[in-house]
Design a protein around this ligand. Structure first.
Ligand SMILES: NC(=O)c1ccc[n+]([C@@H]2O[C@H](COP(=O)([O-])OP(=O)(O)OC[C@H]3O[C@@H](n4cnc5c(N)ncnc54)[C@H](O)[C@@H]3O)[C@@H](O)[C@H]2O)c1
Length: 246
């Protein structure tokens, strides 16, 4: 797409790895100018995909998010799409999880998602609207013994998605989420390093394989597209059928 006007400006948080990185590459391949936000500077430096610009940002920190969104608007233009893929995983059974891990999970997964939605939606609203896709999880609907706090953050992301869809509709902004099952990303490997858990989960996947980051990026790309203009407030499982096969 060199020399042509970008198809639009897309912001992808957590874009240095996993689902975020696959999503950024998909939008870039479709001719969008993509701003990737991540707190891991080294991984951002390693990604030299054409059409992708990297910004160091901690999504749980309002001043960091506001400063980066100002820079994106000034350098790339006003975003019409926001994808919130930044997230962390801190497994621990209910009797063992620490206050620090509990608070960090909520700071990144919930407040981080909300902050980027709020800050980016303010500029979208001034420019005729846009689309937001959050990344929830099947963990929003069910848990393992170690997922108590993580599952609660993903339940909050699904709930925020519906609430934001209602609140931002008058500003021309659609808000949806995807809810992936286990995926072999750095985070997914941390969650599935128990062979017994992996065997049990795989037994429920109707697709008979775990997802790839691209499987999720396809769904995100669809929900963000103007062709999905009648879909808002929806949480789409991208789980190979896990939730249907309890
Ligand atoms: N991998 C799975 O099995 C799985 C399943 C369901 C949902 N999810 C969700 O998908 C999303 C992406 O996960 P992934 O598997 O690609 O993980 P990942 O670890 O590969 O990528 C997450 C990225 O988010 C970044 N990040 C973390 N905290 C941040 C912060 N405060 N500010 C900015 N960036 C930050 C990390 O540096 C990393 O690059 C997460 O929200 C996760 O909860 C993952």
């Amino acid at each position: 797409m060199t020399g042509e006007e970008p198809a639009g400006v897309v912001v992808v948080t957590g874009g240095a790895s996993g689902i975020g990185r696959a999503t950024a590459r998909r939008f870039a391949a479709d001719g969008y100018a993509v701003a990737v936000l991540d707190r891991v500077e080294a991984s951002l430096d390693a990604d030299r995909t054409e059409g992708v610009t990297a910004f160091v940002c901690d999504v749980s920190d309002r001043s960091s998010v506001e400063a980066v969104v100002d820079r994106i608007v000034a350098t790339l233009g006003t975003p019409t799409v926001l994808v919130n893929s930044a997230g962390i995983y801190r497994p621990a059974p209910a009797l063992e999880i620490t206050d620090a891990d509990f608070d960090e999970l909520f700071a990144v997964n919930v407040r981080g998602t909300f902050l980027t939605c709020q800050v980016v939606a303010r500029v979208m609203a001034e420019n005729g609207g846009g689309a937001i896709v959050n990344v929830s999880s099947v963990a929003a609907s069910e848990s393992t013994p170690e997922n108590v706090a993580y599952s609660a953050t993903k339940g909050a992301v699904s709930s925020l998605t519906r609430g934001l869809a209602v609140s931002l509709a008058p500003h021309g902004i659609r808000v949806n989420a995807v809810a992936p099952g286990p995926i072999a990303t750095p985070m997914g490997r941390a969650a599935t390093n128990d062979p017994e858990y992996e065997r049990r989960m795989l037994g429920r996947v109707l697709a008979r394989r775990f997802a790839t980051p691209d499987d999720v990026a396809v769904a995100i790309r669809f929900l963000a597209d103007a062709e999905a203009s009648y879909i808002t407030g929806h949480v789409l499982p991208v789980d190979g059928g896990i939730l249907a096969n309890r």
